[in-house]
Design a protein around this ligand. Structure first.
Ligand SMILES: *Cc1c(COP(=O)(O)O)cnc(C)c1O
Length: 365
C-alpha cells in the first residue's frame, strides 16, 4: 500500500479543547468544525468533541449529518441560511442561524416558520466581510422582535486582527456600541487568537477553531516577531494531524546535478536525495520551497526540489542511516505545521484543509 497517511490524534484534540476551557473558564464553547473540521474529518472527531457546548460550521449538509449521527446539542451555522428552504430546515433541525444581512431579515419576515428560530445577529466591527454596522443593529433587533419568529437572540462579531498588531480594542468598542441601551443580550466574539490573547473578548460563548487542531492562531514565530506571536508548542497545544509517508527511491547526485522539475535543487556536494511518496495531490503545498523542513525517521532535514503531484524530494546527505522505506513526517508530531506553512507562505489552516481524500487516515487516542 502506498505509505502516505494522516494520523488523527483524538487525545491531542481533547487536550486542546481542555486548554481552551481553562483559558476561558466562564464562557461556553463552540468548537468550530467548518470545512470538515479543518480537514481532519468531522465525523471521525466526534468522539472527542462531546465536551464542547456546541459545534459551529458553515455547511448545512454537514450539520444535517451531525443530527443524523446523534449530535442533539447546539449547532451554529456561521453563514446562516441561504434561501427559504434552508430556513424551514433550520427550524426543523434546531440550527442556530447567523443573520448577517438585510436580505436575511426580509426572508425571516416573509417566510412562515413552524417554530422559533435561534439567531446570532452578526455585527460588522471592522472586518467588513459580513454583518450589520453597529448603528444598524438596534433596528435589526427590532425587526427580529417584531417578526415574532425568533427564539434566543445573541450578538456576535468576528475579529479581523485578533492575532495582529491592531488587536481588538477598536472592534470591541464598536461591538459595545451596537448593543442598544438597556438591552442585555448574550454575546460571542472570540476566535482562537482572541480566546488566548484577550480575556475581555470571552463574553458568553467563545468560538475556537485552529487551536483545537493544535495550530497556533499566531502562525510561526520565526524569531523576532511581535510578542503576540507564540508557537503552538509554547501555547501548550498538541498537533492533532500528523502527515507521513516514506521514501520509495534514493538518487545519488554529483555536484552540479539537479533534482526535480525546473531543476530547482542543485547539488553543491555529493548528495543523496530521497524521493517521498507524497505530493501536492495529497495536500502538501506546491509552494513549499527547497529548504522546507521535513523529518526523516524523526530527524530534521529539508526538501530538495519542486513539489510534484505525487512526490517530493528530501536531502538525505547528512542522514546516512536513512534509505528506502524510511518514514517521513511532513508535519504534525515533531514538526510544527505552522513552521511548514510559514515556509510555504501560508498558514496551518490551509495545510490542514487541503489534506486530500486520497490520503488514508488512521485515528488514534
Ligand atoms: C472560522 C471561524 C472561527 C474560528 O477561527 P479560528 O481562527 O480558527 O479560531 C470563529 N468564528 C467564525 C465566525 C469563523 O468563521
Amino acid at each position: 500500500m502506498r505509505p502516505a497517511r494522516a494520523t488523527i490524534n483524538l487525545e491531542a484534540l481533547r487536550h486542546n479543547l481542555q486548554l481552551a476551557r481553562q483559558r476561558a473558564p466562564a464562557a461556553k464553547l463552540w468548537a468550530v468544525v467548518k470545512a470538515n473540521a479543518y480537514g481532519h474529518g468531522l465525523e471521525r472527531l466526534l468522539p472527542a468533541l462531546g465536551s464542547a457546548d456546541g459545534l459551529a460550521l458553515v455547511e448545512i449538509d454537514a450539520a444535517v449529518r451531525l443530527r443524523e449521527r446523534g449530535w442533539s446539542g447546539p449547532l451554529l451555522l456561521i453563514e446562516g441560511f441561504f434561501d427559504e428552504k434552508d430556513l424551514a430546515l433550520f427550524v426543523r433541525q434546531r440550527f442556530t442561524a447567523v443573520v448577517h444581512a438585510q436580505w436575511q431579515l426580509q426572508m425571516i419576515e416573509r417566510t412562515p416558520l413552524e417554530a422559533p428560530l435561534d439567531v446570532y445577529l452578526k455585527v460588522n466591527t471592522g472586518m467588513n466581510r459580513l454583518g450589520f454596522r453597529p448603528d444598524a443593529v438596534p433596528a435589526a433587533l427590532e425587526r427580529l422582535r417584531l417578526s415574532g419568529k425568533v427564539g434566543s437572540l445573541t450578538l456576535m462579531t468576528h475579529f479581523a486582527d485578533a492575532d495582529g498588531e491592531r488587536g481588538v480594542a477598536q472592534a470591541l468598542s464598536a461591538f459595545d456600541a451596537a448593543a442598544p441601551a438597556g438591552v442585555s443580550l448574550p454575546r460571542s466574539a472570540a476566535n482562537s487568537a482572541a480566546l488566548l490573547r484577550f480575556p475581555e473578548t470571552h463574553f458568553d460563548w467563545v468560538r475556537p477553531g485552529i487551536l483545537l487542531y493544535g495550530g497556533s492562531p499566531f502562525g510561526w514565530d520565526a524569531g523576532g516577531g511581535s510578542s503576540a506571536q507564540q508557537s503552538a508548542e509554547a501555547l501548550g497545544l498538541q498537533p492533532v494531524m500528523t502527515l507521513q509517508s516514506a521514501i520509495l527511491a534514493v538518487q545519488s547526485l554529483t555536484p552540479g546535478e539537479r533534482a526535480g522539475y525546473a531543476g530547482l535543487f542543485e547539488a553543491r556536494r555529493p548528495s543523496r536525495i530521497g524521493i517521498v511518496a507524497l505530493g501536492y495531490a495529497d495536500g502538501y503545498p506546491r509552494h513549499a520551497p527547497v529548504g522546507t523542513p521535513v523529518l526523516v525517521e524523526g530527524k530534521r532535514t529539508v526538501s530538495a526540489g519542486r513539489v510534484s503531484m505525487d512526490m517530493i524530494f528530501v536531502d538525505l546527505t547528512d542522514l546516512p542511516e536513512a534509505g528506502i522505506g524510511s518514514r517521513v513526517t511532513l508535519w504534525g508530531e515533531g514538526l510544527s505545521a505552522d513552521e511548514v506553512a510559514d515556509c510555504a507562505g501560508t498558514v496551518s489552516y490551509e495545510l490542514f484543509c487541503a489534506l486530500s481524500a486520497r490520503v488514508p487516515v488512521e485515528v488514534v487516542g
